[in-house]
Design a protein around this ligand. Sequence first.
Ligand code: ATP
Length: 242
Amino acid sequence: MTDAEKHKLEQRILKRFHKALSAYSLIEDNDKVLVALSGGKDSLCLLELLARRMRIQRPLFKVEAIHIRMENIHYETDTAYLQNFCSGLGVPLHIVTTRFDAYAGTKKPACFLCSWYRRKEIFNKAQELGCNKIALGHHLDDIVQTALMNVFSQGHFSTMPARLTMRKMPLTIIRPLCLETEADIQALAEIRQYEKQLKTCPYEKASSRADIKLMLAEAEKINPDAKYSIMNALDAEGKLVE
Ligand SMILES: Nc1ncnc2c1ncn2[C@@H]1O[C@H](COP(=O)(O)OP(=O)(O)OP(=O)(O)O)[C@@H](O)[C@H]1O
């Protein structure tokens, strides 16, 4: 990629990030945002963008990061790398270790339990740290794929919103990458040389998300803007703010 192409990519990512912040009122003065950092390209990109934005005068907000280690899942996350990454951005990192029992009297799949216990730790830590917002690294492709999966399997038009105010906790979930494409984030990850984390989860298998991705690629042959069209429909129906 030439320097001019890199510059163009960075400008597009920044523009979409700022558009998401203002269109869905994601950040306000005095917010304290806890970024959920998995170590994957999406949340690394999210943390970089929020940490840089934090240094600008308005709005005045603080950023911290959390990484959850699941003791019983052998994710080889390089925590020293995450620590360095956060230090370089001037962001405190909290590493929390937890575990779940995949066989304990429940028929819920391991992936559901893992994600449920991870969220629980993130919510608890956010409240302990006095954070009012939690930022997740989902991007436009994730949001559009989820919408299609919900239409096909759940019978309703809904998705992961850009901003979700929790009813039972004083917390708001935000997704500042909601207008970024996965391809752009992937390209940025290559430019920045984000370290790839080794995932060796024993429960991970081909998901229905992979099938939806293929289907969406087919739809893009008919209309290259198909995913933006689905995103516009979600926006028009008020599905991106709850
Ligand atoms: N172990 C973790 N610790 C903290 N946050 C996490 C962890 N795993 C996932 N998350 C948060 O949940 C989001 C979605 O998780 P998912 O596993 O679907 O990641 P992904 O689409 O592969 O994104 P990423 O590239 O950030 O890993 C992540 O972007 C991150 O914000």
